[in-house]
Design a protein. Structure first.
Ligand SMILES: Nc1nc2c(ncn2[C@@H]2O[C@H](COP(=O)(O)OP(=O)(O)O)[C@@H](O)[C@H]2O)c(=O)[nH]1
Ligand SMILES: [Mg+2]
Length: 322
């Protein structure tokens, strides 16, 4: 008996496949169960969903009870990539995350307002980048657990406060800790080859003294070339773009046969990914079943058949042929 599944069901299923957190998975499965047509033809599928739901709920419970308490320094990833901020007290980390996302974080004139990481989602193009605010990092004050947060990140945003003459000290201090703790690597003949890619910004550029402080730094370090920003708006659009580029990802839009492409929620893949990699992200069984694919965008013509080794580009629409 045919299942006759509805578009709502496929949407929920799609959300399930893309879910990154346990809660998202549970929510999507619950919705699949709610909207699935209830008849003989879907009984087996309903049973499968219920089983999956029970299993995920059970795993979730176990995780909570076996964990040695909640770890505030482990931040679950969401969106196209996770960017973790690093900076001295008062450099503007919390303000920056607040300015770029809808998160409401504590911002204050006194240092050490932020005790544990907190995150916000920054809209960029048709996707989201996760920004993680952190407690202050100094050469002689490294919050325990924070280095672990950096090492899990997809990229770092190193933030220097150029409204103060201490900006040079901040920059050198941050670079030293991050390098000593093997978060970044500056060793390759002065080239910035980083295990975790990072961007340095000179924040509070709206201050009167800021440009002068920055010039002093540039005189001392000719290679020092940070992006100047202010939480009031200066440089923020470029900052978003540079962070996205740092993540080195592409957005790919899925298309099912005989249906228009889903241009709302792109899949996010590492740059250099192939049709085969894309298939794996859509469904774990798809790479095995994949014959070839049709591509719109980077191909010579629309809907061009390509092999599974075809390297995709940002914005491509792909229809998998199984
Ligand atoms: N004028 C100006 N003030 C800023 C800027 N960024 C942060 N601030 C101020 O600097 C102070 C410290 O900011 P906060 O975000 O709490 O710094 P954090 O300790 O690094 O999180 C607050 O009073 C902010 O309003 C900026 O770009 N321009
Ligand atoms: Mg803060």
């Amino acid at each position: 008996m045919p299942a006759n599944l509805t578009p709502q069901y496929y949407e929920a299923e799609d959300r399930y496949r893309r879910a990154k957190t346990t809660d998202e998975r549970i929510q999507a499965l619950e919705e699949m169960l709610m909207v699935i047509p209830k008849h003989k033809g879907t009984e087996k599928l309903q049973g499968d969903i219920k089983k999956r739901l029970a299993k995920i709920r059970e795993e979730g419970k176990k995780k909570k009870s076996t964990a040695k308490g909640y770890d505030p320094f482990g931040v679950e990833k969401q969106g196209a990539g996770q960017v973790v901020l690093a900076g001295y007290p008062n450099s503007g980390k919390s303000s920056m995350v607040t300015a770029l996302t809808r998160a409401k974080l504590k911002v204050a004139e006194y240092p050490y307002t932020t005790a544990i990481p907190a995150m916000g989602m920054m809209p960029y193009k048709d996707t989201w980048i996760q920004l993680v605010d952190t407690p202050p990092l100094m050469e002689d004050n490294v919050p325990s657990g924070l280095i672990g947060t950096f090492k899990e990140a997809d990229a770092l945003l190193v933030i220097i406060d150029v409204s103060t003459a201490e900006c040079l000290e901040q920059y050198e201090g941050l670079m030293k800790v991050l390098q000593d703790r093997d978060v970044i690597d500056l060793s390759k003949e002065g080239e910035l080859i980083a295990p975790i890619p990072f961007l340095v910004v000179a924040n509070k550029i709206d201050y009167r003294e800021a440009n002068e402080n920055l010039e002093v730094m540039k005189d001392l370090m000719p290679d020092f070339d940070p992006l100047s920003v202010s939480i009031n708006g200066k440089g923020l659009e470029e900052l978003k773009e540079r962070l996205y580029n740092l993540l080195d990802v592409i957005r790919i839009y899925g298309k099912s046969p005989d249906r228009p492409a889903d241009m709302e929620r792109p899949f996010i893949l590492k740059r250099g990914s192939t049709v085969f990699d894309f298939a794996g992200q859509v469904h774990k069984d798809f790479p095995e079943q994949l014959k070839n694919a049709l591509v719109w965008g980077s191909s010579k013509f629309d809907g061009q058949p390509v092999a599974r080794e075809y390297v995709l580009e940002d914005g491509d629409v792909v229809e998998l042929q199984l």
